[in-house]
Ligand binder design. Structure first.
Ligand code: C2E
Ligand code: CA
Ligand code: CA
Ligand code: CA
Length: 281
């Protein structure tokens, strides 16, 4: 039993060390990435399901690593959050999204941009309060607050409700709308709708994709659309991958849609081409 105990123990610490050193490695690399400006934003169009028009985009961060190529956010956002580096990265995202939106506006494209925000960025104790980061960027790049959106998840609201409510109210007071991301995947979603200043619900893609074959998923999507509309919220269906998903949501009266069927996330120049093509046809 002793031997087994030791072996088990060693196995465990080895695993832990691997995790710790991997994290330390990524943390170091992230610090470097911030200095060397290795991040890029891709933009995924959001369309109105009633007429197919592109009304806005969601900014999605990628890390253009000099040797490893393009790294997707699921591989580094958690570590950026845990180390606090998300504050600087998040500021860059807001700044860059506003700069790009300013460029699109100068080309006559009418779009809004939505950015994802982590709970760490909403802390009242952060270096620069989120409200200031946003208001500075809007001012600098001449962006109307109504063209800028903030996406939060339910897990953020679970963190520290009072602090989060305060931050979200400050953002709302700028005239910036709050979108609740991945709606339905967290807990007690309904009570959040009562206590938090939310304007838009983004229905998680797992429900949309399930709704075609699964009665429970379909009932949930239909209920969310009804609840959302009765609370005067707008709805975005996420993860539209097929014509079937698209038609289903449109017929339900879901307001907006996003997904690979419409467009994958693309770089800023491709977005311009796409919007101009749509405009021409
Ligand atoms: P999210 O906010 O839920 O973003 C949607 C994710 O779904 C994106 O993955 C997008 O590429 C992907 N997606 C879009 N349409 C489809 C579809 O039709 N099918 C499928 N299977 N996937 C689709 P991505 O870009 O890898 O981002 C993953 C997550 O990373 C995001 O999920 C968001 O939570 C986080 N993230 C991205 N950018 C930022 C950022 O700037 N700051 C923070 N804090 N988090 C970010
Ligand atoms: Ca999002
Ligand atoms: Ca989402
Ligand atoms: Ca997500």
């Amino acid at each position: 039993a002793k031997t087994l105990g030791r072996n088990t123990y060693q196995f465990f610490t080895k695993e832990m060390n691997e995790t710790v050193s991997r994290r330390m490695y990524i943390e170091q690399a992230l610090r470097q990435a911030i200095k060397q400006q290795e991040f890029v934003l891709h933009y995924q169009p959001v369309v109105s399901l009633s007429n197919g028009e592109i009304i806005g985009v969601e900014a999605l961060i990628r890390w253009q690593h000099p040797n490893k190529g393009l790294i997707y956010p699921d591989n580094f956002i958690t570590i950026a959050e845990e180390t606090g580096l998300i504050e600087q990265i998040g500021q860059w995202v807001i700044e860059q999204a506003c700069a790009d939106l300013n460029h699109w506006q100068s080309l006559g494209l009418m779009l809004h941009v939505a950015v994802n925000v982590s709970s760490r960025q909403c802390k009242q104790t952060s270096q620069t309060p989120l409200k200031e980061v946003i208001s500075n960027a809007l001012l600098k790049h001449n962006i109307a607050p109504s063209n800028f959106k903030v996406e939060i998840t339910e897990s953020l609201l679970m963190d520290n409700s009072q602090e989060m409510i305060t931050t979200l109210q400050e953002i709302r007071s700028l005239g910036v709308a709050i979108h609740m991301d991945d709606f339905g995947t967290g807990y007690s979603s309904l009570s959040y709708l009562k206590h938090f200043p939310i304007n838009v619900l983004k229905i998680d893609r797992s429900f949309i994709q399930g709704a075609i074959d699964d009665k429970t998923d379909a009932s949930l999507v239909e209920a969310v659309v009804l609840i959302g509309h009765s609370l005067s919220l707008k709805l975005v269906g996420e993860g539209i991958e097929t014509q079937e998903h698209y038609n289903y949501l449109r017929e339900l009266g879901c307001d907006y849609g996003q997904g690979y069927f419409i467009s994958k996330p693309i770089i800023a120049t491709e977005l311009i081409t796409l919007c101009q093509e749509v405009g021409d046809s």
